[in-house]
Design a protein around this ligand. Structure first.
Ligand SMILES: Cc1cc2nc3c(=O)[nH]c(=O)nc-3n(C[C@H](O)[C@H](O)[C@H](O)COP(=O)(O)O)c2cc1C
Length: 411
């Protein structure tokens, strides 16, 4: 994957050499384009050494333009990543101006663009910056973070650049490029979304699952180099790049698709909210409202998770427990009863869990647990995949990838 990495003039530019290393560890070619202000925070020498390519910073550099013009750079890029992205560069991209090499490339490229903003929290929450963020998102530009925490100015708030490894992983997810990572050469099957259990040709029973958690997990697994099959119930979000998607409707369909895909899978992650019950009979025609009341006779749907965990040579199996009460107790019970390797317990309800972009979770396994505070589902998915990979390798007797260089952030 070819990454044009734009570095702009924020304090977080000191993390840029680490970001370059993380991208290259995952197999990316990185061409750095610095703004003039970025040079106040990080040296060209350091960046050239880690990227292995001459740095580009000047739109009017005749020699560099003759070698690879700004248009060629814009074409070469599979993704243009700006990290850190200043408030100023966000405004420049919104305005469509092209006063320097980096903003010219942003105008001239057809590749996806991702920005990792980094700035003082008051700058970030300023209505001008927020309006720019909104316009950029509406144009399909990916905004990565920012994170919340202590800042270089000594204050605390939203505006910290995401950690380099998180940025690198997300960039691979955006492009669908298969990175080198913890799960390189491994097959991961993920289920996501709700199921629909038909009552008659026009009606069905379903639930509030949006599929966002499962999609984020599939994406995070692909970013770690896995071959991913995503088996999805009906959702209104787009398929993540770089995964094979199988669309299904009912629990029965999802059961069949899962068992078709599970052969030779290393890890199975069941994030779908599969119906427990379905109507016993599917009416051929639309049911008419002739009576004051009607009874629906329901029968159990197949238990996909338990059926996979019970297979001979079952993959490392991770379930989800979405509960409204006694979340941890129910989850631990499910872990034992279904003989899972790991379970992700999360509270669901009107204001949490389903159909949102954020989530908090506690992951349980035999002999341990780990809690993750509320964060974006994308961030949570990345942590879950790292944790699952670590326990998968431990369960298989520490057979890690030969030559694996990407480090896990999970201790
Ligand atoms: C010491 C110092 C630190 C700065 N840190 C940031 C920052 O973290 N984020 C930001 O948006 N701007 C920051 N700025 C302001 C930018 O450097 C300034 O807006 C500059 O014009 C950005 O240009 P560029 O986007 O072309 O790199 C800082 C300025 C100074 C002097």
């Amino acid at each position: 994957m070819n990454v044009v990495l734009g570095i702009t003039g924020g304090i977080a530019a000191y993390k840029a050499p680490d970001l370059v290393r993380r991208l290259r560890e995952r197999g990316a070619e990185v061409q750095i384009v610095m703004t003039a202000s970025a040079g106040e925070f990080v040296t060209e020498t350091a960046l050239q050494a880690v990227s292995g390519r001459p740095i580009r910073s000047n739109l009017w550099d005749k020699e560099a333009e003759a070698a690879m013009s700004h248009i060629e750079l814009a074409r070469w890029a599979d993704v243009v990543l700006i990290a850190p992205a200043t408030a100023e560069v966000m405004a420049r991209i919104v305005s469509g101006g092209a006063p320097d090499l980096l903003s010219t490339i942003c105008l001239a490229t057809e590749a996806p663009i991702a920005l990792a903003p980094a700035m003082n929290h008051v700058m970030w929450s300023n209505p001008a910056t927020q309006a720019n963020r909104q316009v950029l998102e509406e144009r399909g530009i990916h905004i990565l973070g920012p994170g919340i925490g202590s800042q270089a100015c000594g204050e605390t708030g939203a505006g910290r650049m995401l950690e380099p490894d998180a940025i690198a992983a997300t960039v691979f997810s955006i492009t669908g490029a298969k990175g080198k990572g913890l799960l390189e050469g491994r097959k991961v099957v993920v289920t996501a979304g709700p199921t629909r259990e038909a009552i008659d040709p026009v009606r069905y029973i379903t639930n509030r699952s949006s599929g966002k958690m499962g999609y984020a997990i599939a994406s995070a697994a692909a970013a770690q180099g896995a071959d991913v099959v995503l088996i999805s119930g009906p959702v209104s979000i787009s398929a993540p790049p770089g995964v094979d998607i199988v669309n299904v409707e009912s629990a029965e369909d999802m059961y069949t698709a899962t068992h078709d895909a599970i052969t030779d899978a290393d890890i199975f992650i069941a994030a779908a909210a599969v119906a427990d019950y379905r109507p016993a009979n599917l009416a051929d025609q639309k049911i008419k409202k002739n009576d004051e009341a009607m009874n629906l006779h329901l029968v159990r749907c197949p238990d996909i998770l338990a059926s996979v965990a019970a297979l001979d040579g079952a993959p490392f199996t991770v379930g989800f427990a979405a509960e409204t009460e006694n979340v941890i107790d129910y989850a631990r019970g499910k872990l034992e009863k279904k003989k899972l390797d790991m379970i992700v317990a999360n509270r669901v309800g009107k204001d949490c869990g389903f159909d949102r972009d954020d989530n908090a979770a506690t992951v349980l396994w035999r002999g341990g647990e780990r809690s993750f505070p509320n964060s974006s589902k994308v961030d949570l998915a990345r942590h879950l995949i790292e944790l699952a990979a670590k326990h998968f390798y431990a369960a298989r007797g520490s057979e890690t990838q030969p030559g694996l260089t990407v480090r896990s952030n999970i201790d």
